[in-house]
Design a protein around this ligand. Structure first.
Ligand code: F6R
Length: 264
């Protein structure tokens, strides 16, 4: 894993946008997270698109997850949120912005179809991720199989409580979701996890320096062969090896691209 420590949430967003931009070309497949953390990154990508620096033309996007039981037009469904916050402001074809069908009465089938759609698209090139305060990624809650594929997940009470800020009351938060699995995330070409704020510090310490354990689902990124974690100082403050991570970045070899691969 590569750990990039930034001074502020704004710098986290700039670096995340830099990395995502390296993947943009017709045919690229992007994995998109929702939640609060990616919003600044999306704003930066929107700005760069409007100023003609980058283009999403010809790309395809797959959302990480979707609540079960919220119709696509509901303002908290991820189908709606990803468009409202990001994709309707960039030059991606809306027909190529996918999310799991949370209204399918047979959600387990919707989950299987979604996994197949990702495979048929050629797999995800760059998967943007946030992290829950309990260490979840997507909606993969503690005790998720490390090889799980897209499936139905029951939300943890911590997640329901954390996400109640987006709803009128905690009772309105859906209890189930369809989420890409940890195995799905492991198949992505590059996994890019971003976190900001002290509230994420414990989860980040467990992800980066704890054991690989389904009790911290994000720790599965230790098994990803091209994972990048970008955090601000607050989210980094429990990392014991932060000086080393900074040194690794300063000493980055010239040949190594932001996408984690050798530059051609
Ligand atoms: C959202 C998602 C979640 C969030 C996580 C952090 O699609 O899959 O894993 O990334 O709950 O959410 P924020 O960024 O709101 O703290």
């Amino acid at each position: 894993m590569e750990i990039l420590i930034r001074r502020s949430p704004e710098e986290v967003a700039t670096t995340a946008a830099d990395i995502i931009s390296t993947h943009l070309k017709p045919g690229a497949v992007l994995g998109l997270a929702t939640g609060s953390t990616p919003l600044a990154t999306y704003q930066e990508l929107i700005r760069r698109t409007k100023e003609g620096e980058i283009s999403f033309a010809g790309t395809t996007a797959f959302c990480l997850d979707e609540y079960i039981g919220l119709p696509p037009e509901h303002d908290q469904s991820y189908h709606y949120v990803i468009r409202n916050e990001f994709t309707k402001h960039i030059d991606i074809n809306d027909a190529y912005v996918h999310s799991p069908d949370g209204m399918n009465p047979r959600p387990w089938e919707a989950a299987e179809q979604y996994e197949k759609a990702i495979v048929s698209a050629g797999g995800i090139d760059i998967q943007l991720l946030g992290i829950g305060t309990n260490g979840h990624v997507g909606f993969n809650e503690p005790a998720t199989s490390l090889r799980s594929l897209t499936r139905v997940e029951t939300l943890h009470s911590q997640t329901v409580s954390d996400n109640s800020r987006f709803f009128d009351s905690v009772d309105d938060v859906p209890r189930y979701a369809i989420t890409q699995g940890l195995g799905t995330i492991l198949r992505s070409g590059q996994a890019l996890l971003i976190a900001t704020g002290k509230g994420k510090a414990q989860a980040i310490a467990s992800l980066v320096e704890g054991p690989v354990t389904s009790q911290c689902p994000a720790s599965v990124l230790q098994l990803h062969n091209n994972a990048t974690v970008i955090v601000d100082e607050d989210a980094a403050f429990l990392l014991k090896e932060s000086d080393y991570y900074r040194h690794v970045e300063e000493a980055r070899p010239d040949w190594k691209g932001l996408d984690g691969r050798p530059k051609l």
